[in-house]
Design a binder for this molecule. Structure first.
Ligand SMILES: Cc1cc2nc3c(=O)[nH]c(=O)nc-3n(C[C@H](O)[C@H](O)[C@H](O)COP(=O)(O)OP(=O)(O)OC[C@H]3O[C@@H](n4cnc5c(N)ncnc54)[C@H](O)[C@@H]3O)c2cc1C
Length: 383
């Protein structure tokens, strides 16, 4: 990672992130869920989110007066890469700050920002993201959850699915239809609501890579009109930008770097590196490429330039590398690679979990096919 020309401040920032991550190790080791975490940084932990908030890591890119540190998105990506290298469970951090918090910072009303961003930055307010529905994933604009305005409230009915961290989050960020007369994209709005609002029911279920996803049922949920993010009926733009933030997955690449370092070390210890160096070299090259794509997308966000195609490229490169690295590691390590959830095993027993979890990496946050469409249309201008 440090072969790029980073500033002294960025090197110091990564070192600070490394020391902080090490300090969390006793907390992580005591958590049986973390030991089984195969999902790179996607583990759920409120405790770790609070520690991140206390140490000033949440909202790094925000202004100081709302709890931020005034850093750039490139700085944040470098820090998150380091957090990923230590396998911090970051799902709530990523949703609350990097994805939803950054979208609220960009599109929210001044009042909404003042109310929500400081507690997010302190790690005291966490979010989940209710976009996908049973009939609307890749084609998100076909969503049918609807909100009807009644006085100073919206009343919401609908059904969300695959909602990460909803069983732990304090609030939910919802894409809903507010007009059936407008075109598909123009009739969508984004609302935020406390997850314990009457009418919201969360059901969690276990998933392949360890941990859980949730279904969220919305039955007559009353949401204050002031909790609208962006303009009424213009939520599609908010949703698209939210995904740009989500798709810079620097933290996943940090986790893959840890796997690759561990794999190389284990092969060297057992005299197998000689035969594997070509394969390790190819993986190292792909990792360097994915990290550059992720930093490029972060840089575009810093410059205020369109980042949709760049963040889609970064996400796709990282997701495909996760799958390839997991397959290669199992192939090279043999049975050792399958010792799941055992911290004393080679690579802390994480390769089997990564193999299972990485299947979802080319689905979540936009499937590989959809990302290719984004790159073709928004990056290359193809129709
Ligand atoms: C681990 C994980 C976490 C997730 N977390 C969240 C979350 O927190 N919040 C949330 O809202 N959602 C979440 N999701 C849902 C995710 O966003 C959707 O699964 C994804 O967008 C795909 O939608 P779908 O499952 O409905 O599949 P579909 O849209 O039905 O797609 C099925 C297949 O068809 C392909 N396909 C669809 N349309 C096209 C097309 N036009 N051209 C070519 N191929 C196409 C897709 O690529 C895919 O392979 C999560 C998913 C996973 C796996």
């Amino acid at each position: 990672m440090m072969d790029l020309a980073f500033t002294d401040e960025q090197v110091a920032l990564r070192s600070e992130a490394h020391t902080f991550s090490e300090s969390l190790r006793p907390l992580l080791v005591a958590d049986p869920e973390w030991q089984r975490q195969g999902m790179l940084s996607d583990g759920d932990s409120k405790e770790v989110t609070r520690e991140l908030g206390r140490a000033g890591w949440i909202g790094m890119t925000w202004r100081r007066d709302i709890g931020g540190r005034g850093l750039s998105h490139v700085d944040a990506a470098l820090v998150e890469d380091m957090f990923g290298y230590h396998w911090l469970p970051l799902s709530l951090y990523l949703l609350s700050y990097k994805t939803i918090g950054c979208a609220i910072e960009r599109f929210g009303s001044p009042e909404l920002k003042e109310r929500l961003l400081p507690p997010i930055a302190r790690g005291e307010l966490t979010f989940c993201q209710g976009f996908s529905e049973p009939g609307a994933g890749s084609d998100l604009a076909s969503l049918t959850s609807r909100a009807v305005r009644r006085g100073n409230r919206f009343v919401v009915h609908g059904h969300k699915i695959w909602t990460s961290s909803a069983w732990l989050a304090d609030w939910i960020y919802l894409a809903v239809r507010t007009s059936s007369r407008a075109t598909r994209h123009r009739g969508i709005s984004v609302l935020v609501a406390p997850i314990d609002t009457p009418g919201i029911e969360v059901r969690r279920f276990p998933v392949l890579g360890g941990g859980y996803l949730c279904e969220v049922f919305l039955d007559g949920v009353e949401v204050e009109a002031a909790n609208l993010v962006g303009e009424l009926g213009r939520g599609w733009e908010v949703v698209m930008h939210t995904l740009d933030f989500e798709r810079i997955t620097a933290e996943k690449l940090g986790g893959l770097a840890w796997i690759l370092d561990g794999l190389e070390r284990r092969l060297a210890e057992t005299d197998r590196l000689e035969q594997a160096w070509r394969r390790i070299g190819a993986l190292r090259g792909e990792l360097a490429g994915a990290r550059l794509l992720s930093l490029r997308a972060a840089d575009l966000l810093d410059r205020g330039e369109p980042a949709a195609a760049a963040s889609a490229m970064a996400k796709l490169a990282g997701a495909r590398l996760a799958q390839r690295l997991a397959r290669e590691a199992i192939d090279l390590l043999g049975l050792e690679g399958l010792s799941d959830g055992d911290l004393t095993a080679p690579l802390e027993g994480r390769v089997g979990g990564l193999y299972r979890a990485s299947i979802g990496s080319t689905i979540s946050g936009g499937s590989a096919e959809i990302l290719q469409i984004v790159i073709a249309r928004r990056g290359l201008g193809l129709r």
